[in-house]
Each structure stands twice: as C-alpha cells, then as structure tokens.
Design a protein. Sequence first.
Length: 189
Amino acid sequence: MIRHFGIGLFCAAVALFGGNASSLFGGNAAWACGAWVEVAFFETDGDIFEISNKSQGPWAVEELTIRLGGSRGRLIFDTEAGGLGASMAQSFEAVEGAVALVAASPVGDGAETIRLRFSGFAPGRRFEFVIDVDDRLENSDYGQAVVSGDEIEGADASVVLVTENGRTANARGRFGPDGRARLKGGACA
C-alpha cells in the first residue's frame, strides 16, 4: 500500500510539473513559465535585430544565438564588401540598449550564425545591433540585397536565461513571416 502511495505521489508530481519533476526532487532544472524573449528583424540600410527581454519574473538573458540556416530565403550575413553578399555589406555593430554586451562571436562573410553574451539583460530591457543580411534566392522579392519579412521565416533563435541564484532556463523559437521570433521556455511554452 505504501508503494502504491509513493507511485501515486510521483505520478501526481510529474503531472503537476509537466514532466519536470526533477526540480521537485532537488534537481537543478528550472520551471521557467515566465521566460520570454522576442527577437525582431527589420530590413533597413543596415539591417537591425532588436532583442527584447519580455520575461515575467527574475529571468535575465545570458546568451542568445541566431541561426539563419533553415530560412526560406537561405539567408547569410554579408559582412565584407565584394564578398558573398549582394551589396551594402555591414559587419556586426552594437547600436543601443540598456544592457552590457559581454561578447559577440566573430561573424565571417557568408556566415549563418551569431552568438551574443550579455550582462544585466533584465526583464523590460532591450538590445539592438546592425549587420547586413542578404538572401541567396535566384528570384527574391526585392533582389538579394533586400530581405523581405517572409524570407527570414524558418530561421531560429535560442536563448539561455539565468536568475540571480543561478537557475537557468532555455528557450527557442523560429522566425515567422512577420520577421519575429518569440522564444518561450519551460512547461508553459
């Protein structure tokens, strides 16, 4: 009878915690219902990515990765004039934000991935950077130098969030035809 009670208690915990019962039993995994980051892409003379921490609760963005592979437009970063991109090359440049950029991975011409590390990226804060993005479609909407919103569709982004006490959560999302990726983590995603 005690064994059945123990099994029943374990099953109730799994049901209550969405399969993440390890945190109930002393595990380190975080149940990150409030973790939410949005990454928006804007096509301009210097293409802009805006990262917004929209989390509820204590979740700070620690690391964010954008992967253009899988995008409908077969997108690449165009960072060198005369390189693999169509025109108007622009290397990575932080523009504004109330957070500290700790590091940015080197982004070579034709690369598809960028990784950023932050400090102090609390909820309600945002960070923007410019970098040229070009498509590799033969018949793109506006030519290869201009990326339309739906050409970024299918690219993805992932984020690692952390609390002051060291708990971490991961979230991932894909860019939609509106040029936005909504990264939500935990059992509430």
